[in-house]
Each structure stands twice: as structure tokens, then as C-alpha cells.
Design a protein around this ligand. Structure first.
Ligand code: MRU
Length: 356
């Protein structure tokens, strides 16, 4: 445990702002240890994002927004122009920390453009507004998760088996998650269902995070290896697939954790509905299709090693794309805080999110 680390309060929150300090839960240590780290600098926030201490597109966006506040807190002595130059520089380096989830870019650009509207304001006032906007982004995410839950809850019926991938849960957002929000609300209403959780190689977000948080909520969970999904479907155990997404393009193509595309193909084969759950902060109207979504390539040692131990031969080549893109025609519906969108997604996205 570092000097800045301590046991996180319950209920567990991935991102927390308290008394002028940013705390991030170190998700790489879950489920074994619940430790959060105080973020002392922008460089530390960037490192926490890169190392997946904080992860999941909405949570990364919220962490980035507070990260900008941390980055600029010792720049209040600057004149307005120099402060603005620093703000652009720090926002750009935070934005570069992870490329696929669009929420980080969305949150930082929202903050910067909000503050640039404050003509004549000095650094102290602008800095206070950066924090106010970060808190608004955080609160808005809580509301959106709840509304996604309300929109998606009717999809879950008594006795269903639901498959999910990676972690699009509380740990990936502010609260309730996106893919998990309909599950939490249905469970609270007394609907009985089972969730099959893909372990999600290489970093095991399903095994370490999703199965942990759903179990804590008292939901019936079965953990499976990624390569068991087809068999579970063939055996009739899966009635519904719900995943999150890190970026949905203007045509509805959806990037999510590597392996999601395979599930969508399988779901189509077995005639199982496949839904993606997102807040509007995950929609990128600048990306016309999935081809415009940058896919993060991570270090090969995440594939060749586990828990610090080599699990593959020395010098073997390893590919490690962290995300894949599911084409819109494999998606039954996109669950959003404004309801469930259906094909044609380009039109549905334009109608529900007219350039806002
Ligand atoms: O690499 P990660 O753990 O950040 O990947 C997370 C996912 O792929 C989630 O499914 C996605 O961010 C949606 S979270 C609501």
C-alpha cells in the first residue's frame, strides 16, 4: 500500500472527489483488495488510466474531468492566457491516455469549451468552474445509468439467462453501470434471472470485476471462460446478451472489449437478441462508422503473462487489440438513457441526439 492508498469506503465507487482531492479505486487489485489511491498529479491520473486502475469508458471520462482539475490546481498564479494554454496542454495529454473510449475526449472537451465561454474570467474562477463541470459530468452519469436501467429493464424476464462481457457495471461508471443497470433494477423488482459472465481475457474484467459486483448485489452469477459462450448458447442457457460500448459511431457500429464481436456473431447464429447499453457520452457523431474508431493496441505481455508469470514460450509474438467493433446489423437494439434505439441506427441516433 502506498502512502496515498487506503481502504475505499463502502459502497465502492471507482472515482471519488472529496475535500479537494481525487481518489481512484485501483481496479487492478480487485477483487482481492479494495484500495483507492489519492491522485497527486495529472501524470498520476494518466498512468492510472493507462494501467486500467480506473477503466470503463464513462468512469475514465469522469476521472479525466477531475484529472484536469488536479492538473491545473498549481497554475492559478498564471495570467489568463497562460492558464488557458496550460489547460489545452493538460487536456490533450489526458485525452491521449486511452484512445478507444470516446467519453474521455467528450468530458475534457466539454469542460474546456465551458470554461472558454467565461470571457474575462481569471484562473481561479475558471478552475472553480472546471471542478463544477466535472461534478456535473459525474452526477449526469449517475442519472444516465439509472435511465438506461429503466429503459432496459423490460427486456429482462423471469427465468432468463443473460450473457455479458467485460465490465460495463458500477465499476465502469458512476453507479449502476450501463449493461448491468437493467439487471440491477430488474433484480430490485424481484425478477429472477441468471447472468453468465465471460471472464474476458486478457485482463479478466469479467471474472475479477463483473462477477464480483453482481455477486455483491445478490444476483445469480455463473462465470464462464470466453470460449464457453458458444456452448452455453447452443445449450439454450442464454436468452439475451447485453454489453456496454466504449464508442458508438454515427451509424450504430459499436466498439467494445475484444471478444464482443464474436458474441454478436454467435448471438445472430443462435437467434439470441444482442443489445448494447450506452449513455450519450459514448456516441461519437464524428465517427461515421466503426472504421473511424481507433482501436487501442496494448502490450503483448498482457497476453503472454498472467499475474507476473509467463504463460507462453519466450519470444512468441502476441497480438493484443483491446477492443473490437460490432457492425450495427448484428445489434438488436441500443439501450440509452433516452430509450432503446433500433435500426436504422443512423436515423435513430440523429433523431435522439441531434448534434448535442
Ligand atoms: O479496457 P476496459 O476495461 O476499460 O474496457 C471496458 C469495456 O470494454 C466496457 O465494456 C466499456 O467501457 C463500457 S463501460 C460502461
Amino acid at each position: 500500500m502506498t502512502a496515498s492508498a487506503h481502504s475505499a469506503p463502502s459502497p465502492v465507487q471507482p472515482v471519488r472527489w472529496q475535500d479537494g482531492e481525487l481518489y481512484l479505486l485501483d481496479q487492478t487489485r480487485l477483487p482481492g483488495e479494495i484500495i483507492e489511491e489519492r491522485q497527486k498529479s495529472a501524470a498520476q491520473v494518466c498512468a492510472s488510466i493507462k494501467q486500467l486502475k480506473v477503466r470503463g469508458a464513462p468512469a475514465i471520462g469522469i476521472a479525466g474531468a477531475y484529472g484536469l482539475v488536479v492538473a491545473l490546481r498549481d497554475k492559478l498564479h498564471l495570467d489568463r492566457e497562460s492558464f488557458i494554454a496550460e489547460m489545452h496542454k493538460e487536456a490533450a495529454s489526458l485525452e491521449a491516455a486511452r484512445p478507444t473510449g470516446v467519453n474521455l475526449r467528450w468530458a475534457l472537451r466539454r469542460q474546456v469549451s465551458h470554461v472558454l465561454e467565461m470571457t474575462g474570467a481569471g484562473p481561479e474562477e475558471m478552475h472553480a468552474e472546471l471542478l463544477a463541470e466535472a461534478i456535473r459530468i459525474h452526477d449526469e452519469d449517475r442519472r444516465m445509468c439509472r435511465d438506461i436501467g429503466v429503459a432496459g429493464k423490460p427486456l429482462i424476464r423471469q427465468g432468463m439467462g443473460i450473457l455479458t462481457h467485460c465490465n460495463a457495471g458500477q465499476l465502469a461508471t458512476s453507479e449502476l453501470g450501463t449493461a448491468t443497470a437493467p439487471m440491477y433494477l430488474a433484480h430490485r423488482d424481484g425478477v429472477g434471472f441468471s447472468v453468465f459472465v465471460d471472464e474476458t481475457r486478457p485482463l479478466l474484467q469479467g471474472a475479477r470485476l463483473t462477477s464480483w459486483e453482481l455477486l455483491e448485489a445478490g444476483i445469480d452469477v455463473t462465470l464462464i471462460c470466453d470460449n464457453m459462450a458458444a456452448t452455453m448458447m447452443a445449450q439454450g442457457k442464454i436468452d439475451l446478451v447485453i454489453t456496454g460500448s466504449d464508442r458508438v459511431a454515427a451509424n450504430g457500429d459499436a466498439a467494445n472489449k475484444i471478444g464482443t464481436l464474436g458474441l454478436a456473431v454467435l448471438a445472430r447464429h443462435f437467434n439470441i437478441p444482442f443489445y448494447v447499453a450506452i449513455p450519450y457520452s459514448s456516441i461519437d457523431l464524428d465517427a461515421a462508422s466503426g472504421a473511424d474508431i481507433p482501436i487501442e493496441e496494448r502490450a503483448p505481455d498482457e497476453v503472454t503473462h498472467w499475474g507476473g508469470h509467463r504463460t507462453a514460450p519466450d519470444n512468441v509474438k502476441a497480438g493484443n487489440p483491446a477492443f473490437d467493433v460490432t457492425p450495427n446489423d448484428l445489434i438488436t437494439g441500443i439501450i440509452t438513457e433516452r430509450g432503446i434505439l433500433h435500426s436504422p441506427y443512423g436515423q435513430a441516433i440523429q433523431e435522439h441526439y441531434p448534434c448535442d
